[in-house]
Design a protein around this ligand. Structure first.
Ligand code: ADP
Length: 475
């Protein structure tokens, strides 16, 4: 019935064995205690009755012994103490016996208890009587005048049948209670074990189902104990796994979609070049288009690789002077801004702003942000890069007087492949991954990124990076 492989049966059997052991232990001691109590009280009773009878007959033994009278006295004392009473003289001869017919009158009572009584002690024993087929207690006491030598002895013999019967009743009762307690705790233990292991089984089932691909799996456990907390964690883990898997599926679908467009264009262009006779100028135009689509593909693959590297966290990191990196990059991109008649302004501290990270990735972040500002700002506008230091962080701001971002789109712009105007973005060579790369890079560097914008007025992109604490030297 019990499979010891399961936690439930192990728990049930442990409960059961514990309760059985405790009950047996308690039962054994109770049994011993009660038996001793009953035997002691019978013994006290016999000694008290014996002493009383002894004192009573002591005077008679000085005079001439009258066996009939002594037997009559023995009978009466015997009735009072519920025992057989025998009087013996100094030689050990029976001079009075409560058993009149078939008694021991006139015979020698050669017993150890009597011998003990003759030296002034109480002789006590418990024996099994073959004759009456029961246990008996025998007590012999000296009969003596106050302070004198023993002149005889009184011998009392009482049956332990009543005590044995009570003890048998008590043992039966203890056995029954033990069985009842074992039964009740057994059933209780089964329910308790079910209460404990039920949620664990649910968890096992849910985990198995998840392993088979059912990521929507959740378990309902109402308890607030350790098992409840385990279930909560499991649900949280399942939800996260589901979220990441869906994200990954989305990402793969998006990548496929993004790749399909340039690949379709490429395929069409190549087919056209192959299938139709063209003028050299027209051919050149097709080749230019081919080149542009190839560039797009390369950019997309580069951005995708960039994101994968971010996830893998493989980049080489070192201490970087952030203001220097910005200055360097601004110098590099300035001609492009100039060409589009956009003023490139900066507000950088003269001291060092040390941060820890990947030079290449942080350059990429700034490049993406500046590139976006450039793409979305019209000639005559400006773009400003500011860097400031606040306590333990460096805060970078890239603002522009560009077209701005609609309020409803602002919360989504850092998502992978999100673009406000898909066609326009593609036209400008965007992949929809630029800001996702910015966000993931900055977060991987322990910073935060956010944007503020007003449609038609401009945008401001912010990011922070933790400063390297030693040698901060800001003017
Ligand atoms: P893309 O490759 O399309 O530029 P990004 O992830 O860099 O993708 O940007 C997401 C979208 O956010 C862009 O499609 C663009 O519409 C908008 N955006 C980003 N930067 C700016 C900016 N400085 N001004 C206005 N819109 C911007």
């Amino acid at each position: 019935m019990f499979k010891f492989k399961s936690f439930r049966s192990r728990l049930t059997v442990t409960f059961l064995l514990t309760i059985l052991l405790v009950m047996l232990f308690v039962g054994f001691f109770l049994d011993q205690l009660l038996e001793r109590y009953y035997i002691n009280s019978l013994q006290d009773n016999l000694i008290r009755s014996g002493k009383l009878a002894g004192e009573f007959v002591a005077g008679h033994l000085q005079e001439e012994v009258d066996p009939v009278r002594l037997s009559w006295l023995a009978e009466n004392f015997g009735r009072l103490s519920n025992a057989r009473v025998i009087f013996v003289d100094r030689k050990g001869l029976v001079i009075g016996d409560s058993v009149r017919v078939g008694g021991l009158l006139g015979q020698l009572l050669d017993r150890e208890e009597v011998a003990a009584a003759f030296v002034g002690e109480a002789g006590i024993s418990i024996q099994y009587s073959e004759l009456s087929k029961q246990r008996v207690m025998q007590v012999a006491l000296p009969i003596q005048e106050e302070g004198g030598e023993p002149v005889g002895a009184i011998f009392l013999s009482a049956s332990l049948q009543e005590i044995d019967r009570i003890m048998a009743d008590i043992r039966r009762f203890l056995l029954l209670t033990t069985l009842l307690a074992a039964g009740v705790t057994g059933i209780g233990a089964i329910f308790l074990a079910r209460y404990f292991t039920g949620p664990l089984e649910l968890l096992t089932e849910a985990a198995g189902s998840m392993a088979e691909g059912n990521l929507e799996q959740r378990i309902e456990v109402k308890s607030v104990d350790e098992i409840g907390r385990l279930a909560d964690r499991f649900n949280l883990m399942a939800a996260k796994l589901n979220f990441y898997t869906k994200n990954l599926q989305n990402f793969v679908a998006n990548v496929a979609h993004e790749l399909r467009t340039p690949l379709t264009s490429l395929s069409l262009l190549i087919k056209s070049l192959n299938d139709y006779e063209m003028e050299p100028e027209q051919q050149q135009e097709f080749l230019n288009d081919l080149d542009r689509e190839m560039d797009r593909l390369i950019t997309l693959v580069r951005d995708l690789l960039e994101l994968t590297t971010l996830e893998g966290g493989e980049a080489h990191r070192e201490q970087i002077a952030l203001e220097e990196l910005v200055r360097d990059l601004l110098k590099q991109v300035a001609p492009r801004f100039e060409r589009q008649d956009i003023r490139l302004l900066s507000d950088l501290p003269t001291g060092t702003v040390p941060v820890f990270g990947s030079q290449f990735q942080l350059r990429q972040v700034l490049h993406n942000l500046l590139d976006n500002s450039l793409k979305h700002t019209s000639p005559g506008g400006w773009v400003k890069v500011s860097l400031r230091v606040e306590e333990e962080i460096a805060e970078m701001k890239i603002e522009d007087t560009g077209c701005g971002i609609p309020e409803k789109d602002l919360p989504f712009i850092f998502e992978r492949f999100f673009r406000i105007d898909r066609a326009r973005s593609r036209e400008m060579g965007g992949t929809g991954l630029g800001l996702a790369i910015v966000k993931e890079t900055i977060e991987a560097h322990g910073g935060k990124v956010w944007a503020e914008s007003k449609e038609g007025e401009g945008s401001a992109f912010y990011f922070t990076l933790p400063l390297v604490q030693e040698n901060v030297n800001i003017n």
